[in-house]
Design a protein around this ligand. Structure first.
Ligand SMILES: [Zn+2]
Length: 260
């Protein structure tokens, strides 16, 4: 299997998800022969089976939640069921913050027995899945317990900088990344409602990419103001301005990791 990232969806925040202006299908990552599914929002299973060629959930090795918000976790139960062949073939791992299992237990208790292992994310922890190291160097600032996730394979270090309010550690803790995939919910910091201020805007993202200096950055998880502002144009302007290869993810986009 070639190392790749498949964006089953690129929607972020409530309205884009509720109206399905972008799909909210999460991200399928293939690294060192392992298949990992990150943040299976609403529609993930449908997006997997409708993909050409279809993505077979029984081929997954792990399902990972950065946090329990519905745009990140809605399909976690059906994806665990699909990964384990309806619960008949116990396999795979689930990674999630404790909050997703206890405070707002979005993972149903009866499906928890279908997986071989449940790993609870903590700040500074790392786990290995075959040759892939999965680590959570930083708890983000978000209304619920949330961690950014770093995948280190034999060839690449890929950081998913998920939902957060901006703070300087977002730069220092992800410094060694070859590739960053970053959730850009907001175009600017204006007019934010209480919950929205705990999301990154374009200015924040610019600071983060400039600070980390990865070989490449991919923008995703767009809220309404980003969708309206044409993310592909924003990405190319950003690339010109800061001199770091930057693209905007689109629904169904497959990113071949040999490109970085
Ligand atoms: Zn969130």
């Amino acid at each position: 299997m070639a190392d790749k990232i498949k964006f089953l969806g690129t929607a972020g925040a409530r309205i884009v998800v509720a109206k399905q202006l972008r799909s909210s299908g999460g991200t399928w990552i293939t690294l060192d022969e392992k298949n990992l599914l990150l943040d299976p929002g609403p529609g993930t299973l449908v997006r997997c089976v409708k993909n050409r060629p279809p993505l077979d959930p029984t081929q997954l090795d792990a399902i990972i939640l950065s946090h329990q918000h519905i745009d990140h976790a809605n399909d976690v139960n059906i994806m665990i069921e699909a990964m384990t062949n309806g619960g008949f073939s116990k396999k795979g791992a689930l990674f999630a913050p404790l909050s997703a299992l206890e405070n707002d237990p979005i993972v149903l208790r009866y499906v928890r027995g279908y997986v071989n292992e449940i790993h609870i994310f903590k700040e500074g922890s790392s786990y290995s899945l075959g040759g892939v190291e999965i680590s959570t160097p930083l708890r983000h600032i978000h209304p619920v317990e949330t961690y950014g996730i770093v995948f280190k394979s034999s060839k690449y270090t890929i950081s998913f900088i998920v939902d957060s309010r901006f703070f300087a550690d977002l730069i220092t803790k992800y410094k060694k990344s070859d590739l960053i995939v970053i959730n850009v919910v907001r175009y600017d910091g204006k007019g934010g409602k209480r919950m929205d201020v705990d999301h990154l805007n374009l200015e924040d993202v610019k600071k983060i990419i400039k600070g980390i200096k990865p070989r490449q950055a991919i923008l995703t998880h767009f809220g309404m103001t980003m969708v309206r502002s044409k993310p592909w144009e924003i990405a190319s302007q950003l690339e010109q301005e800061i001199g770091i290869k930057t693209i905007a993810a689109s629904d169904g986009m497959e990113f071949d990791l040999t490109n970085i």
